[in-house]
Ligand binder design. Structure first.
Ligand SMILES: [Zn+2]
Ligand SMILES: [Zn+2]
Length: 322
């Protein structure tokens, strides 16, 4: 057989053996009764498994709750539980809460003299513990400003949507909301990806808006295989979107254009906003399919989808250069 055919067959068979990429749904922020949640770890995990998630990070305050006993079969049931810790520092009334996702060990962090220093201490502690850092609920108690975050090193993830009531996600009263914070930081040159997370604490009792129930905000990440390492790698490189209900059928962030397709739900209507430097709306597209071809002067391009039901999806920014 000719050499070219052998090469062709090798490529063909290796392509067949490599599992196709797929989207998996998960929550990066959940508490159990090991800290201030009101449910046992195995029941917290069970809730997410029973409600269509493929992964869950358990992130109790200042401790790594053991997840191995909860997930003895690994991904055999198409659901994995990944360890985590919410490093919970305070500076006066202000909170510097940083998740350490899939660490090897608990983090050791102390508050600094300023919020920026405190956040950097938490990020560094997460990295030393082998975890992927995620800055949580920046506007809870109006704790963290853009200036506090601008010089941070070693962090790619922050909660653009933290679902409990006190998180002040949306623009009002002079605040530009967490999305405004995101655009300010992206415009300053920081590369930051937006997460939506439950920060769930309340798993039973009354279901009220003021409680921190599960199932409100999540991420959908692209992986080949369902492992903690692949989920973290997808989060770290921004190969995911954040959602409060919108499901995407496709998302392609290419060199020349940004393209997505929404999966329709009954008679719900959708609009996609493509957003660039300083939070400027570059284009607005109604319907299920949206595409934006880069002009070259946008600084970055990200996409946000909203629905007539009030749901949102945030897709991650890509840097655009002339
Ligand atoms: Zn917190
Ligand atoms: Zn929390």
């Amino acid at each position: 057989m000719k050499k070219t055919w052998i090469v062709f067959l090798l490529v063909f068979f290796s392509a067949c053996l490599t599992p196709a990429a797929r989207w998996v749904k998960g929550n990066t922020h959940a508490h159990t009764n090991r800290s201030d949640g009101n449910e046992y770890p195995h029941r917290v995990a069970r809730w997410y498994q029973d409600h269509g998630y493929q992964f869950l990070f358990i992130t109790d305050h200042d401790m790594v709750t053991p997840t191995a006993p909860l997930d003895a079969d690994g991904s055999a049931d198409d659901f994995i539980i990944i360890p985590g810790e919410e490093i919970s520092l305070t500076l006066g009334r202000r909170q510097a809460h940083v998740n350490s996702l899939n660490p090897r060990s608990p983090a050791a962090a102390k508050a600094g003299a300023t919020m920026a220093e405190t956040l950097q201490n938490a990020i560094d502690a997460a990295l030393r513990a082998g975890g992927l850092p995620q800055i949580n609920h920046p506007f809870r108690r109006w704790s963290i400003s853009a200036d506090d975050m601008k010089g941070l090193r070693g962090v790619r993830l922050f909660e653009v949507l933290n679902m409990p009531r006190e998180s002040n996600n949306f623009p009002a009263g002079g605040s530009g909301g967490t999305e405004g914070l995101w655009d300010e930081l992206l415009t300053s040159g920081m590369v930051l990806y937006g997460v939506a997370a439950d920060d769930s604490h309340d798993f039973h009792g009354e279901f009220l808006p003021g409680l921190a129930h599960p199932g409100r905000g999540w991420v959908v990440a692209r992986v080949n295989q369902l492992t903690a390492e692949e989920v973290c790698a997808a989060l770290e490189k921004g190969d995911f979107y954040a959602s409060t209900g919108i499901e995407l059928a496709d998302l392609q962030v290419g060199d020349r254009e940004y393209r997505l397709t929404v999966k329709p739900h009954r008679e719900t209507r959708y609009t996609t906003f493509f957003i660039g430097g300083s939070g400027r709306v570059l284009a607005q597209v109604d319907g299920l399919d949206a595409v934006y071809a880069y002009r070259g002067d946008e600084t970055y391009v990200r996409a946000k989808v909203v629905s007539s039901m009030g749901e949102m999806a945030f897709c991650q920014p890509v840097l655009v250069r002339k």
